[in-house]
Write a protein that binds this ligand. Structure first.
Ligand code: FE2
Ligand code: FE2
Length: 191
């Protein structure tokens, strides 16, 4: 590799640079195994509001909007790749904490609830879809913040902080697209 080319590793390929916050990802590690922490992260990984839902929802919106709006469809696939990277980071963390990263959450009574395609907001109208996408980002951020307060492990909290930076970046991207395509066009003032 020449000096001019950016160093790339794993999922951090140049194609997702524009949809990820421009900062490196911290090393994935944990202070010690902890199943309770893994169960909290399973909610971010494959719960109703989760990386698994985000990957599936943005991919679906990309598929159905491809012929309607190329710019939005491209942004959705680009953001979905970043969510897939988050999915990978969470899976690695959950394994290190001592739990199998199947696509499910574990309730307090240890019963399992597998990820469901019904968690996705499919929608029918273009702007409803973008509005649901940005709402999903805010909901994910709120869950990450809640779990940061419940997890006493500096390595995990650092990873979650980095993921939150990407989600805030996605909020900005979705807001820009909503402003561009979904703001009601007011009639021009003509005295
Ligand atoms: Fe994410
Ligand atoms: Fe996101």
């Amino acid at each position: 590799m020449s000096k001019e080319e950016p160093e790339t590793k794993g999922c951090e390929s140049p194609s997702i640079y524009k949809c990820a916050y421009p900062a490196p990802y911290p090393e994935v590690r944990v202070a010690r195994p902890n199943k309770e922490y893994a169960y909290l992260l399973l909610e971010d990984y494959a719960g109703m509001v989760s990386e698994m839902t985000a990957v599936s929802q943005y991919s679906y919106h990309h598929f159905v909007l491809e012929n309607e709006n190329r710019e939005v469809a491209d942004a959705l696939s680009c953001i979905a790749l970043v969510e897939m990277h988050h999915l990978e980071i969470l899976a690695e963390t959950i394994v290190m904490l001592g739990v199998d990263p199947r696509y499910r959450t574990v309730e307090k009574n240890k019963s399992e609830r597998y990820w469901d395609g019904a968690f996705v907001f499919y929608g029918t109208a273009f702007c409803d879809r973008l509005t649901a996408d940005v709402a999903g980002e805010w909901a994910a951020i709120a869950n990450y913040r809640k779990h940061q307060r419940m997890i006493d492990d500096p390595y995990i909290n650092r990873i979650l902080e980095r993921i939150i930076l990407d989600e805030l970046h996605h909020v900005e991207m979705f807001n820009h697209l909503i402003q561009k395509y979904c703001r009601p066009k007011l009639p021009k003032y003509n005295p």
